[in-house]
Design a protein around this ligand. Sequence first.
Ligand code: AOF
Ligand code: ZN
Length: 363
Amino acid sequence: MHENYMRYALNLAKQGGGKVSPNPLVGAVLVKEGRIIGEGYHEVYGANHAEVNAIKSASQKSEGATLYVTLEPCNHYGKTPPCTETIIQNKIMRVVVGMRDPNPLVAGSGIKRLEDAGIEVIVGILEEECRKLNEIFIKYITKQEPFVLLKAAMTLDGKIATVAGQSKWITGEASREMVHQLRNAYSGILVGIGTVIKDDPLLTCRLVSGRNPVIIVVDSTLRIPMSSKIIGGTSKVIIAAVKEIEEMAVDKVKKLEELGVKVLFIEAYKHRVNLKELMIQLGKLGIDSILIEGGAEVNASALEAGIVDKVQFYIAPQIVGGQAKTPVAGRGIADLEESIKVENLQIKRIGEDILLEGYIIQK
Ligand code: AOF
Ligand code: ZN
């Protein structure tokens, strides 16, 4: 029974997708005498929390009701007053929580406050699903660095393009639609300068009422052509170059800034942008999540730098053969024991394609 209401709350929470970042997706359901009397979710960043929306929507008094909420209710004054107080004032009898709030400002204090007020609290219903829904929030609120998803599309024989360099389209329409959902959900999209020069992509989200992620271009020596479509386009653009070239690049930076582009000069690692440092800087700019749609070199650098949290490999039922590119280039790892390991691997069917997704085990 608890699980059914929690699942309902989880589905409500998902409706905030793309609109609440960097805050969590939260859903809440109010149940009395076996009936749902109220429901709500966190709809927009900075607005009411899910619990408050559920209580406000109640069709009858919440006294004696049970509140199901995917995340521990907050107990601090932020952009809104503490939800614990609203719950106590409305004489809710029991609160069923999906997961503890990893936010150091909350971290168990919400549960304690409710228990101290004599409210029964049950924690950990559908916890795994709740954690997965907020994997971005959990990383960002605890580390202040973005959650990073690396996405690659390849043929059955593991190539990301043909020998002639064609890559449109390897995967089917359903997979490409998924990518636009990711672009809507992630705050930033990261590519290498190679991709910008070769493909001149737009990197926008093409969903109706979707949101464009900030485009982050790793461009160590600031080679970006001023004629690139992303410059002066509809998306915000951040270019990351190495500190070593800052003085030489003054004129180009000025031109880019006039067109609304932000240039970050990052400490170099072997004369290239130190991606770990870049993540710290992007975290400071409020970017909680990054989708790497990078190309083989950027993919290799990101994996090597240890910044990747999750991977998605879309595999399409086509075979091209030859010395064509594969998803991860770089120098490669010689010793299998040193390979990058993935856990919780899941298989999904996306139209004609297969999606393999999992989480990187950090060394
Ligand atoms: C939300 N929505 O439904 C719940 C949240 O800055 P504030 O005041 O909006 O507080 C944000 C924190 O509140 C957030 O980091 C999380 O710890 C907690 N719960 N936040 O945005 C919600 N329930
Ligand atoms: Zn709250």
